[in-house]
Design a protein around this ligand. Structure first.
Ligand code: ZN
Length: 409
């Protein structure tokens, strides 16, 4: 146990507004800006009043229903999955364990976050993979913790009770049965250290991120992790004075609009213009001489050099599922990516050929593909499309799904 008050709230992160629902976001071709809500001034974390009820670990997910659902891609493995600075994913509940209902959202969100961060480095011709605690199959190890009723709110007594205090971990927690308003992040006295080296306090202090039960997606997870990694210092040139930025579409700018990065698709990236907190080729008057999350973090593993990305592109939906199979048609559902701003449509491919288009502004996440041959197996994927001025950009395809029409008659 730690002394009471050791973990005073650092002026880190921000309490995020309640996220729009998936449906309402899909109805808007351009995602509504998220409101800025006053940063949580959380009191010192108290020592737990109740005992830890129990903790179990889930490492090998049983996500794929044979022939029915394609799982999210695995993470990119870094090292042995345990050693060094890593994000530990936690599912926390008081009375009702609904992990099976949340697992898809969690795994899709963390895959998107690792991809968003790496693609932010790919803009500069490099790669940076966020380290997660993962198993040998590159699946995040998700620790499930049950805490006594009433302990998941307020001063988060479960943190000490559950020993979520290692200084080489960012604890990414989905809290069931809480009143958390979307997401909140804080750390152990990093104090917005801007020292431009790996000795920066961002590398030696614990961070915590906690979400309410319905607010985990690729956007919210990327956003809070970007806070934990170091964005946006109040002295950075495009700080909004509240740990966010104001120069364009990127994960930490609120509202996400501005003249510098006007393409809504770039909302999934970190650091519009590479001059505030994350760039392999930092520019401007601040970032080349201050803490740069892309260069000075121990939470990231460098990958090989790549051709720099040019135009932003979206992420695909995941969890393509055959929800109804008939002799000449199959109905599919899917989970859209966390960042839907700027996406024009979702497309279902059969053996690589486009067979269904779902306009994003219809808000549908289902489609029926008809006119199929009976008793025939084909390979299906779903992807996102952005079309501006007659020119289209595409996401990569989702994980594939083999599905077989039934025998007619
Ligand atoms: Zn924020």
């Amino acid at each position: 146990m730690r002394p009471n008050g050791m973990y005073q709230t650092a002026p880190a992160g921000g309490r995020e507004p309640k996220g729009d629902t998936l449906t309402s976001r899909l109805r808007s071709a351009v995602q509504q800006p998220r409101r800025i809500v006053a940063r949580a001034m959380m009191a010192a974390i108290m020592i737990a009043g109740g005992a830890l009820v129990g903790a179990t670990t889930v490492s090998s997910p049983a996500l794929a229903v044979a022939g029915g659902t394609s799982a999210v891609p695995p993470l990119v493995c870094t090292g042995d999955g345990t050693t060094g600075h890593r994000v530990q994913v936690v599912y926390l509940y008081e009375n009702v364990n609904s992990f099976s209902l949340r697992e898809a959202a969690i795994r899709q969100a963390i895959w998107e976050a690792q991809t968003n961060i790496n693609d932010s480095a790919r803009r500069d011709g490099g790669q940076r993979y966020l380290n997660f605690v993962h198993d040998s199959n590159c699946q995040a190890v998700i620790t499930t913790i049950q805490t006594p009723t009433g302990t998941t709110d307020g001063n988060h007594p479960w943190i000490n009770a559950s020993n979520l205090t290692a200084n080489d971990r960012i604890y990414l927690v989905l809290g069931e049965e809480t009143t958390i308003d979307c997401g909140v992040s804080w750390n152990d006295h990093v104090e917005w250290d801007s020292t431009p080296s790996t000795s920066n306090l961002h590398n030696s202090r614990t961070s915590w991120i906690v979400y309410g039960d319905n607010c985990v997606d690729g956007h919210t997870v990327t956003h809070e992790l970007a806070h934990s990694l170091g964005g946006v210092n109040l002295n950075a040139p495009n700080s909004d004075g509240n740990w966010h930025c104001n120069d364009g579409y990127e994960t930490l700018c609120q509202p996400a609009s501005g003249a510098v990065c006007p393409d809504p698709i770039s909302i999934r990236y970190l650091d519009c213009n590479g001059d505030d907190y994350f760039s392999l080729n930092p520019t401007g008057i601040w970032l080349p001489t201050h803490f740069n999350a892309a260069l000075h973090n121990l939470w990231l593993t460098a990958g090989s050099s790549v051709t720099p990305l040019t135009a932003p592109f979206p992420l695909p939906p995941q969890y393509l599922r055959a929800v109804d199979i008939q002799s000449t048609s199959i109905a599919f559902s899917f989970r859209p990516p966390g960042d839907t701003a700027g996406i024009t449509a979702y497309e279902i491919l059969r053996n690589g050929v486009l067979v269904a288009t779902i306009p994003a502004n219809e808000g549908r996440t289902t489609a029926r593909v008809s006119g199929l041959p009976t008793n025939t197996t084909a390979y299906y994927n779903v992807r996102s499309r952005v079309t501006v001025g007659g020119t289209s950009r595409y996401s990569v395809a989702s994980q594939g799904l083999a599905a077989t029409t039934i025998t007619g008659g």
